[in-house]
Ligand binder design. Structure first.
Ligand SMILES: [Zn+2]
Length: 215
């Protein structure tokens, strides 16, 4: 769905994502504890007598993996996505954090549906804003800046638990935003085909868990 949202820069969304990361004290090289966050937020909502998360079924939700009520902020995850989330799977992780982005950024906000052929810029597109939020929560941008040229994108995505295509999209935004040098992006294009890593990882906390192949 193409939805026009109030403008949010990458910097605005990064600030919010940073607060979320700080609230669970996650280190920059650690996988963000999505299930723990779900648990904490759900318990907090129950304590207040509110609903935080619901599970829906395919016949109700169709192709939508998740949705967030724009008025109440209640997040609904499709059953299979919820199960994937409880297994700490990447689809479940990214869908939940994307919906959390909608909840925090768009609950009660004026949103306007626009024709599908109209190209919205990321700064005013509800879906792009939620994707940016998800990526910035799941990966520390400072870690990414330091390691983008050393570790394959597919391995970074695997370690931090989000789909590689989403990370690649976000890296393009980071290049535009000046967070990452443009040359890196070219390497990513080749990387898909040739699976090379520019610099072997040394002394990096991810080295063992990623088990990089040398080329
Ligand atoms: Zn969305």
């Amino acid at each position: 769905m193409n939805v026009l949202a109030p403008k949010r820069t990458l910097g605005n969304i990064r600030q919010l994502a940073k607060q979320i990361r700080e609230s669970v004290d996650v280190q920059e090289y650690e996988r963000f504890p999505v299930c723990k966050v779900v648990d904490v937020l759900e318990k907090a909502a129950i304590k207040e007598g509110n609903t935080f998360l619901e599970v829906g079924f395919e016949d109700e939700m169709g192709s939508a993996a998740g949705q967030t009520d724009q008025i109440t902020g209640v997040i609904t995850l499709r059953n299979d996505i919820y199960i994937n989330l409880t297994d700490d799977g990447e689809e479940g992780r990214v869908t939940f954090v994307h919906e959390l982005g909608h909840q925090l950024l768009h609950t009660g906000a004026p949103l306007y549906r626009v024709a599908p052929h109209i190209n919205l810029a990321d700064i005013e597109c509800a879906e792009a804003q939620a994707d940016i939020f998800a990526c910035e929560v799941l990966i520390d941008v400072e870690w990414l800046k330091k390691n983008i040229a050393k570790v394959r994108v597919s391995d970074i995505a695997k370690h931090f638990g989000l789909p590689a295509y989403l990370l690649e999209e976000h890296i393009e935004r980071l290049v535009i935003n000046g967070d990452i040098a443009e040359g890196i992006q070219l390497e990513l294009c080749f990387e898909e085909q040739f699976q090379f890593s520019l610099i072997p990882l040394q002394g990096n906390p991810l080295q063992e868990s990623l088990a990089l192949e040398s080329v």
